[in-house]
Design a protein around this ligand. Structure first.
Ligand SMILES: NC(=O)c1ccc[n+]([C@@H]2O[C@H](COP(=O)([O-])OP(=O)(O)OC[C@H]3O[C@@H](n4cnc5c(N)ncnc54)[C@H](O)[C@@H]3O)[C@@H](O)[C@H]2O)c1
Ligand SMILES: O=c1ccn([C@@H]2O[C@H](COP(=O)(O)OP(=O)(O)O[C@H]3O[C@H](CO)[C@@H](O)[C@H](O)[C@H]3O)[C@@H](O)[C@H]2O)c(=O)[nH]1
Length: 545
């Protein structure tokens, strides 16, 4: 029988000790297999309704686990939240004021809950003792990494679920009381079903586990506002009394700060797939605008104007339509490829090809940008000094995972260019670690790359400046830089390749720069306009522009 919404509300009320039912905006029937398996246990579980959660354990102290737990603890002063990780270094950093990740507003959020304030008791803890935290918690958020597999079946496409499975096995092995396990990590559709099988095979007899899908939608750089005011909280559960009861318990935790109407529930598989779908659609928008940027460059149209015009259509909207050197980050490529791989395994090759093309266009965009640089610099980069401004995959984060900068740097060093990299947030160690993993290898990278602590040092004596991250929060942020000073220290002709469309092109052209932006006509007509200043050859000569 397909349960009606009212039926489900009723079940939720009966089985949850929380007073208020969770509003159910959309509920569909779970898979026949999972429901029938669960139905056999429903009666037993009905006697063990999930009450109010008092202790939460978050496995994985990364970009999701840390900020999510901090906000959850902040907003629920009576809840004890313990974040655990296998990495001692990471946990020690979370206990200090030098947090392991940079995120605006994060330190304040962590400190308030971790250290307490006035009458407020500390309720956020960080530990490497995974077993104890798991054993004590009623609700466990699994926020471990699920990167793309690098070897074996599905390498380069499928999600690597070993960290996730290992966390679930730990829970099964150490739990002696019932647990609600929450998939916070992004996982392929039907992962909950597989984990259920592991739990029932190795869990202690009499211990009940309920698995919920509760994907995270925060974006780095805006994690705190995203968590404070999420567009929606999505909870996937089985359509059983126990499943809905667990969903209600989790919803109660979020309801401390998220309006109930923004907390939606649905079946587990829909929720798992919705996360992949959201990232695929967001990435698809960027690839669409980037594909159009190539058309703009070939025709003289301006991508910013095109983006603005189409974005005014309320059906399209203006967000995620900024043309760039290509999207980066740990999620988009991984999740789109995961969706493509799932489609492939479901014998849907056309669907798989469609989603793969989103990633293909992204690779094409990075390649196109690099080729344009080489071409503009007269097809030879050998020993030319080039400034790279920005190494993070976006502003307001020190994260470099899948950053377009890594690909661009690799291609330029392959041409024997000498690069000076500046990024205000990325640690030096991280840059070398990323460059080490390229085909070029570390020795050659060390020979050709210098890391600079100031934007002006990076630009000194360079033939070209390449903007790869849209930093704008500091006085040295790219749009606010003193470009006249930069002009005074660069070689002639001076090139700026703006991979983020952040500079004022005409202002820079007035200063004598040749500017190449994404999806805009370049300064190719410069010579016709006769405005190339007969500048100096190096920083050592002449007066500032
Ligand atoms: N980064 C984001 O902005 C973002 C946003 C939404 C969703 N996600 C998803 O959330 C998940 C986590 O992403 P992240 O960026 O926080 O990853 P991360 O690599 O920053 O953090 C994961 C942490 O989990 C720890 N870990 C791994 N296995 C463990 C285990 N068995 N026990 C204890 N700790 C373990 C690792 O040591 C690491 O510190 C991924 O599935 C990702 O796709 C990420
Ligand atoms: O119009 C745009 C918007 C973004 N980007 C680039 O796209 C990448 C991703 O940006 P963004 O989505 O802002 O950051 P992420 O932190 O990767 O967040 C995405 O991935 C997360 C992990 O799954 C999801 O939770 C978020 O909802 C989703 O936005 C970055 O390189 C951006 O520079 C563009 O090129 N143009």
């Amino acid at each position: 029988m397909t349960p009606s919404i009212d039926n489900l509300r009723c079940q939720t009320q009966q089985t949850s000790s929380s007073a208020k039912p969770i509003p159910i905006r959309h509920v569909t029937e779970g898979s026949a297999i999972s429901d029938s398996v669960h139905v056999q246990r429903t009666e037993e579980l009905l006697r063990l309704p999930h009450g109010k959660v008092t202790k939460v354990c978050c496995i994985g102290a990364g970009y999701v686990g840390g900020p999510t737990s901090a906000v959850m603890a902040n907003k629920n002063p009576d809840l004890q939240v313990t974040v655990v990780d296998l990495s001692i270094k990471r946990i020690e950093a979370w206990k200090s004021d030098q947090l392991p990740i940079y995120e605006p507003g994060l330190l304040d959020a962590v400190k308030l809950a971790r250290d307490g304030d006035g009458g407020r008791k500390p309720n956020l803890f960080f530990s490497t003792d995974v077993d104890t935290a798991v054993r004590e918690a009623e609700l466990i958020l699994v926020s471990v990494n699920t990167p793309t597999k690098i070897t074996g079946t599905g390498a380069g496409r499928a999600s690597e679920l070993s960290y996730f499975e290992s966390a679930v096995r730990t829970i099964a092995e150490v739990a002696t009381t019932d647990k609600i396990i929450v998939e916070k990590s992004t996982v392929p559709c039907r992962t909950a079903e597989n984990m259920r099988e592991i739990l029932s095979a190795i869990g202690h007899p009499g211990v009940n586990f309920e698995i919920l899908s509760n994907p995270e939608f925060l974006a780095e750089g805006t994690a705190i506002p995203d968590l404070m005011e999420p567009d929606r909280i999505l909870i996937g559960s089985l359509n059983t009394a126990a499943g809905l009861s667990a969903a209600a318990a989790l919803a109660d935790v979020y309801a401390a700060w998220v309006p109930r109407e923004n907390i939606i529930t649905m079946n587990t598989f829909s929720s798992e797939l919705a996360k992949l779908a959201a990232n695929a659609l967001l990435a698809q928008r960027i690839s669409s605008i980037n594909a159009l940027s190539a058309v703009c460059e070939a025709t003289g149209a301006d991508i910013e104007e095109v983006s603005y015009a189409v974005g005014l259509d309320t059906r399209i909207g203006r967000k995620m339509l900024k043309a760039s050197v290509g999207f980066g980050g740990s999620c988009f490529k991984k999740d789109v490829l995961s969706l493509a791989y799932i489609s492939e395994t479901l014998h849907l090759p056309e669907v798989a090809a469609y989603w793969r093309s989103v990633v293909d266009i992204n690779e094409y965009q990075k390649d196109r940008f690099t080729k344009r640089i080489i071409q503009c610099l007269f097809n030879s980069l050998k020993n030319k000094k080039i400034a790279i401004l920005g190494f993070a995959y976006k502003k307001d984060t020190g994260d470099t995972r899948e950053s377009a900068a890594i690909t661009v740097v690799e291609s330029l060093v392959a041409e024997d260019a000498k690069l000076s990299i500046y990024d205000p947030r990325v640690e030096e160690e991280q840059v070398w670690s990323d460059l080490k993993q390229t085909h070029i290898g570390l020795p050659k990278m060390k020979e050709n790359v210098t890391l600079c602590s100031s934007v002006y040092d990076a630009c000194a004596d360079s033939h070209a400046v390449i903007i790869l991250t849209e930093w704008d929060d500091t006085s040295s942020g790219m749009p606010r830089m003193d470009w006249a000073h930069v002009a005074s220290v660069m070689r002639r002709p001076m090139f700026v390749f703006d991979g983020r469309n952040v500079v004022d092109k005409s202002k820079l052209e007035d200063l004598g720069f040749r500017v190449e932006c994404i999806g805009k006509p370049g300064s190719a007509s410069f010579r016709e306009r006769g405005s190339v200043p007969s500048g100096r050859k190096s920083s050592q000569e002449g007066s500032p522009v």
